[in-house]
Design a protein around this ligand. Sequence first.
Ligand SMILES: [Zn+2]
Length: 173
Amino acid sequence: MKTQKRSNLWAPWRLEYIHKKKLSDACPFCTELKGKPSAKNLVLYKDKDVAVIMNKFPYNPYHLLVLPKAHVSDLCDLSPAIAAKLYKCVQKSYEAIGRAVRMEGANIGINLGTAGGAGIPGHIHWHIVPRWNSDTNFMPILAETKAIPTHNLKVYETLSKVFDSFADHMSED
Ligand SMILES: [Zn+2]
């Protein structure tokens, strides 16, 4: 049987699109948010618009990420309604950490773009990093290599109990 030889179409202008598509397909947040919240994906809460996920590489224990469900990279691309809901989610997540552990301070913010320090620049996310007075000297210098004293899965277990009632808190006025 004769097989027909297929010639490949060379279309270099598609490379950028394919590359971008691959990047977007590989977004770890979008992947994790497909499943139900569990210790495996470290998702603590999700509804149709927003989600709360534990940072896999935390700067400190209880380091949470709050993000829109949609794969949006820029702050200006969020609708006012989603932006407001995200802010509420940040506030309620901060409150939830406080119910799980005694913080002495916190850093809350967004890194925009790789130049801004974003690890996953394609999908905007707020960091909520609890702080303790004793960690001050270590964090800026050893953020990447710092030993996390509390194991992430143990933290997930603790936080997931607090986040059981998170939907009620999100619907509060
Ligand atoms: Zn994404």
